[in-house]
Design a protein around this ligand. Structure first.
Ligand code: ADP
Length: 413
């Protein structure tokens, strides 16, 4: 145990799957942890040195609050968990003089329109896009769009509210459906994000996710995931991620290069990034770059060097500690985010043991519990759970995940 442990501030949104993984990593690295959340914790009075309540919607006020806290207990690094806290992490880091992404760079990644404009003007390949106001008449807008197109909210994540439209009639239906989602999301979103949405050219092709770590402005690719299920809409449910990618090296290098260009254009310089791209005969297109690590429980697929977790890498980097290795283990690994087949109340989950017994399956983690309301896309954002596999080849990983999934059954009432 080091004599004076480093102190890490972890910014935890109320709805995140990622707390446990980061807390475990901090413990393993013998780091003093301070957790910030939006809801005052009943434990805060008992542990004022390790719990802070912040208003994540007000980055500057949060930065001041943390600066006051840090006078007594200096903070050495700040880590954002999930999309909702990346901007506030940048503001706090700046206030404390820590090396991190700038506030403008983090803010651009949280606004899909600003991100598209920034990338397009830097010459990075993105879908053609157009901002439309929710106050506008959708039937009139629909006349002036090339099909197929994708409509999406400016500031939601996990594919929530992202809908493909093939013609004017589908455009109007999708537009109204997104308007209703934004109405319900209410004050959790900034004003602009409640008043407009993005209409984009639909980019055909295979989809990939790149997990990276920026160190002093240089992008290190930690893993490139294939998404073997076609994502053609109308909704875009994530299912299987498998790494290493089965793409030829040259195509992987092009994906890495365009992602690096995108980070540069956005001004991202430090910490984890998670990018989504499509690849077709026109080359790779950036769909999104987020200044955070992979969501859900998916980071369990990744191990580095002598067995470090992704969260250990992220925390070590944030603290400026030497990074032992950014090399992922050699075995193929993958995850299936278990989709919600229909809306209702989860009554029971069967077959977990049978699914876990499939060759190559590491773990079946059911994250929703009986009695819980389950909401599929485009309104929902959660998964029933996650299946993890490791095997000698990416194809064997994919097969194991599919086989395990067939052994699960969900009773939704
Ligand atoms: P979110 O941040 O909510 O995940 P994205 O903009 O990344 O939203 O879109 C979610 C998914 O929708 C993507 O991973 C992709 O499968 C699909 N998608 C989004 N935009 C397009 C597009 N222009 N063309 C094709 N597919 C798209």
């Amino acid at each position: 145990m080091p004599t004076s442990a480093s102190r890490l501030l972890l910014l935890l949104p109320t709805t995140t799957y990622r707390t446990q993984a980061f807390v475990e990593a901090a413990t393993k690295l013998a780091v003093d942890l301070v957790c910030a959340s939006e809801r005052p914790s009943t434990l805060e009075a008992l542990a004022p040195e390790s719990l802070v309540t912040l208003d994540f919607g007000d980055p500057l006020a949060s930065a001041e609050a943390v600066a006051r806290f840090a006078r007594q207990r200096p903070i050495d690094a700040v880590v954002a968990v999930d999309d909702l806290t990346t901007v506030v992490a940048a503001a706090i880091s700046h206030r404390l003089g820590l090396k991190a992404n700038s506030l403008p760079a983090a803010s651009v990644t949280r606004d899909k329109h600003a991100m598209r404009r920034c990338l397009a003007s830097a010459g990075v390949s993105v879908p053609r896009f157009r901002l439309v106001k929710l106050a506008d008449e959708p039937a009139a807008l629909a006349e002036d769009v090339d099909y197929p197109c994708v409509l999406k909210p400016l500031a939601l994540s996990a594919s929530r509210g992202v809908i493909r439209a093939n013609d004017a009639r589908e455009f109007v239906i999708a537009f109204r459906r997104i308007a209703a989602i934004l109405e319900r999301a209410g004050t959790e979103l900034p004003d602009e994000a409640r008043r407009a949405l993005l209409v984009e050219e639909f980019i055909p092709g295979r989809e990939f996710a790149l997990e990276g770590l920026l160190v002093g402005g240089t992008l290190h690719v930690l893993a490139l995931f294939d998404k073997p299920d076609p994502l053609d809409g109308p909704f875009f449910e994530e299912t299987i991620y498998v790494t290493p990618s089965r793409l030829p090296e040259t195509a992987q290098a092009r994906i890495a290069a365009v992602t690096g260009d995108a980070c540069g254009a956005l001004g991202l310089t430090e910490g984890p990034i998670h990018a989504e791209l499509r690849l077709n005969e026109r080359g790779p297109f950036i769909l999104e770059v987020a200044a955070r690590s992979i969501g859900g429980l998916c980071s369990r697929t990744l191990r580095f060097g002598t067995g470090l977790s992704l969260e250990e890498l992220i925390i070590s980097h944030a603290l400026g500690r030497p990074l032992e290795s950014l090399e992922r283990e050699r075995r193929a690994a993958g995850v299936m985010m278990i989709p919600i087949p229909r809306a209702g109340r989860l009554v029971a989950v069967r077959g977990v043991e049978e699914a876990g017994a499939v060759d190559g399956i590491d773990e079946v983690a059911i994250t929703m519990h009986p009695g819980q309301d389950v909401v599929p896309l485009p309104e929902g954002w959660q998964y029933l759970g996650f299946i993890f596999a490791r095997a000698d080849t990416p194809a064997a990983v994919e097969e194991a995940l599919r086989e395990a999934h067939t052994r699960l059954s969900f009773d939704i009432g």
